[in-house]
Design a protein around this ligand. Structure first.
Ligand code: DC
Length: 239
């Protein structure tokens, strides 16, 4: 891994972690935030909440105008919130209701990928993401953090792994939660989401030119975290 020594203008850097579904972003982002004492912002959870709220409101995920208005309304009413609980992990609420588990189903994963393709939905969530990160000392993970949300983030990573490896991890997670799925179905879901996220017109999933590519196919989580934390420390302003 190449370590760039650009020194941060913020007292503590913004760490941007992008990559496809199942690359281990959530686990790795959490471990990095813990190691550095930074806030963690999982932006995918925001798109998942919008998909869930749209489903409940009877809206079609492909109706960009209506789902965009719904997302804007949720943000304005501060109905969507993400909090870190040391025991339970990230807790996500929608109008005060804990929806942390409800947003983690394969159906909502697919819906979140569809709603995230709409410009109006992305615009509604962008402010929220920028507010959460602007002071630094934060790890944001998603698909467009290094390209759109914080192109000036001091530490940018693009985390990936082969589709088979990512599907295997997702499959093991779903089976552990008691979901009835097959590996073939999980792999097909991973490939379909990759295609949707990479091919959309607005803020497609892609590596920022200045992001460090981390391929975790043959690396342990510990090793990935160690290398990424070392890089963040290297770009942090001396205290
Ligand atoms: O990371 P995740 O699986 O929870 O993300 C759910 C969906 O949200 C994903 O398919 C694409 C979308 N997403 C996005 O478009 N931009 C982000 N910054 C984060 C997620």
């Amino acid at each position: 891994m190449i370590t760039k020594r650009a020194v941060s203008v913020r007292a503590r850097p913004i760490v941007a972690i992008d990559g496809p579904a199942g690359a281990g972003k959530s686990t790795i982002a959490r471990r990095i935030a813990d190691a550095l004492g930074y806030v963690l912002v999982e932006t995918g959870a925001m798109y998942r909440v919008v998909a869930l709220a749209a489903l409940r409101a009877g809206l079609s995920w492909s109706d960009g105008a209506r789902v965009g208005l719904l997302a804007r309304d949720l943000v304005e009413r501060r109905a969507l919130s993400l909090e870190r609980n040391t025991i339970l992990g990230i807790r996500v609420t929608l109008s005060g209701e804990d929806v942390s588990d409800a947003i983690r189903t394969p159906e909502i994963a697919q819906g979140s990928s569809l709603v995230s393709a709409h410009a109006a939905v992305r615009a509604a969530l962008l402010d929220l993401q920028r507010q959460a990160g602007r002071d630094g000392g934060v790890v944001l993970e998603g698909r467009d953090i290094g390209t759109v949300v914080f192109p000036d983030a001091e530490a940018k990573f693009f985390l990936t792994a082969s589709p088979e490896t990512r599907a295997r991890r997702r499959y093991d997670e779903l089976v552990a939660k008691g979901e009835i799925v097959t590996f073939a179905q999980t792999l097909a879901d991973v490939r379909r989401r990759d295609a949707q996220d990479e091919r959309r017109e607005v803020a497609p999933l892609k590596k920022a030119e200045t992001a460090i590519l981390v391929d975790s196919t043959n690396m342990s989580i510990d090793e990935v975290v160690r290398q990424m934390v070392a890089h963040v420390k290297a770009v942090s302003a001396p205290t």
